[in-house]
Design a protein around this ligand. Sequence first.
Ligand SMILES: Nc1ncnc2c1ncn2[C@@H]1O[C@H](COP(=O)(O)OP(=O)(O)OP(=O)(O)O)[C@@H](O)[C@H]1O
Length: 216
Amino acid sequence: MFELKQVTYQDILQIDQLVIPSQKITCLFGESGSGKSTLLRLLNHMITPDEGDVLYQGDDIEKIDPVQLRRNVVMLGQDPVMFEGTVKDNLLIGVRLAEKDEPRSSTLKSMLTDLQLHKSLDDDASKLSGGEKQRVALGRVLLMDAKVYLFDEPTSALDDDTEDVVMDYVTEYIQQKRQTAVMVTHSKEIADRYADQMIYMTEIQSQRGEPHGSNA
Ligand SMILES: Nc1ncnc2c1ncn2[C@@H]1O[C@H](COP(=O)(O)OP(=O)(O)OP(=O)(O)O)[C@@H](O)[C@H]1O
């Protein structure tokens, strides 16, 4: 899905070669400050490398229209943003902006259940807890039916049991739809359990050839 060749970004990343496969879940794992979020931002062209190439489906990312790219490669950042309005408004905001068909309320309700969110679609989103906001933001992104999801610590605010249920749901959703995910996590357990491929960011910087640590 992505290929990086001889990429450098400031003094943060230096990647000789990296391949991120399609229809797989790739977990980025490693020390704080090792450049995991920076790598995600390279993949949807929020930032441009100082040197080297980032290819998306074989094409140089710099030659792809950024709006089009970000419709297909959707990022969920570390701090989920809630907009004024209800839970339903917040779930649908991405779909509405992309002018896609809105799912039925019954689909949204069952998504809330799958995300362990015991809230009504009409509840005020600003009153949700941090972990609840994180799950609404996750639902919002999944509804966009992207080709690739870039998740930056998507379950960091959840307790262990809720995290397991939510991760089971998210990974099954992505696998069923044959989508691709690149997910930053601090949790070795999450990476061990859900990754088709794991990338250790301390090693990436001196990596040659294929990514290290596939456990597919
Ligand atoms: N826009 C920027 N300009 C300059 N330096 C930056 C910028 N963004 C991040 N950095 C620095 O780059 C390094 C890598 O940051 P990044 O957020 O990618 O790490 P990370 O592995 O995701 O960390 P964490 O696990 O703590 O979220 C850090 O030292 C950070 O301070």
